[in-house]
Design a protein around this ligand. Structure first.
Ligand code: SF4
Length: 240
């Protein structure tokens, strides 16, 4: 049994091809720009049996194959429910569906090497570099995320890196350069998504009665986005 917020079908931004995404609930991080704060609490989700979740995926199996897509487990933080996550990903893979895990990587050490075999692609969110700035942004340490990235690289596990660009918060030039260098040196990164900050999650914070600190933050300009993309491109990475 796992707790899921919802399923989305037809996503084209959460891994290759067209995908079904299951959104888990539960996250210990508190990213200031989070646009899914409604997934933070485990019990905001609906309890779903492994059999039922796998059955839902089975219904999409043929369509996903035709559209070169697959299944992505996202959240919240899926590894908060790592046993359920591994079993669901294993079940999806067993019926021939490409699997991706979208994670902040903090609990990567909960996965055994055998567990990693259930995952075809890891979408790793790297949110910062400087430990102090990262902690201010997310409430958590950055080191476990970077350790998980290194472990995936050592195993040759395909990975996409996702970086959210927030003016004044994640755009410190040193941090961007370190993240780009680190990403470029891993050797297993197939793509980098530079994701411009937006305000579309703001209403959820208000609805939940949470203090939203980014009220006045504007999305990055095209020039700012290009400048960050250039840092990754310099490492000959594919950047979207
Ligand atoms: S890790 Fe993801 S779900 Fe958790 S607070 Fe950060 S952005 Fe939100």
């Amino acid at each position: 049994m796992g707790f899921l917020h919802s399923f989305t079908s037809g996503s084209t931004v959460d891994g290759p091809g067209v995908r079904v995404v299951a959104w888990t609930t539960g996250c210990m991080w508190r990213c200031l720009y989070c646009h899914n704060p409604d997934t933070w609490t485990l019990t905001n989700g609906v309890p779903v049996t492994l059999a039922r979740a796998t059955e839902v995926l089975g219904n999409y199996r043929h369509g996903l194959k035709v559209m070169s897509g697959g299944f992505t487990l996202s959240g919240g933080e899926p590894l908060m429910q790592h046993r359920f996550a591994v079993r669901l990903l294993t079940g999806a893979r067993a019926i021939g569906i490409h699997t991706a895990l979208d994670t902040n990587g903090f609990y990567g050490d909960r996965l055994t090497d055998a567990d990693l075999e259930a995952i075809d692609l890891v979408l790793l969110d790297i949110k910062g570099w400087d430990p102090e700035r990262h902690r201010r942004l997310t409430g958590m340490d950055v080191a476990p995320t970077l350790d998980f990235a290194r472990r995936l690289a050592a195993r040759g596990k395909p990975m996409w890196v996702r970086f959210v660009l927030v003016p004044g918060l994640t755009d410190h030039p040193d941090d961007v350069q370190h993240i780009a260098d680190f990403t470029g040196e891993l050797g297993n990164v197939k793509r980098v998504d530079v994701l411009p900050f937006h305000q579309m999650g703001r209403h959820k914070w208000t609805q939940l009665g949470l203090e939203y600190q980014l009220e006045k933050v504007e999305p990055p300009s095209q020039a700012q986005i290009e400048a960050v993309r250039e840092r990754f491109l310099a490492h000959r990475l594919e950047v979207c």
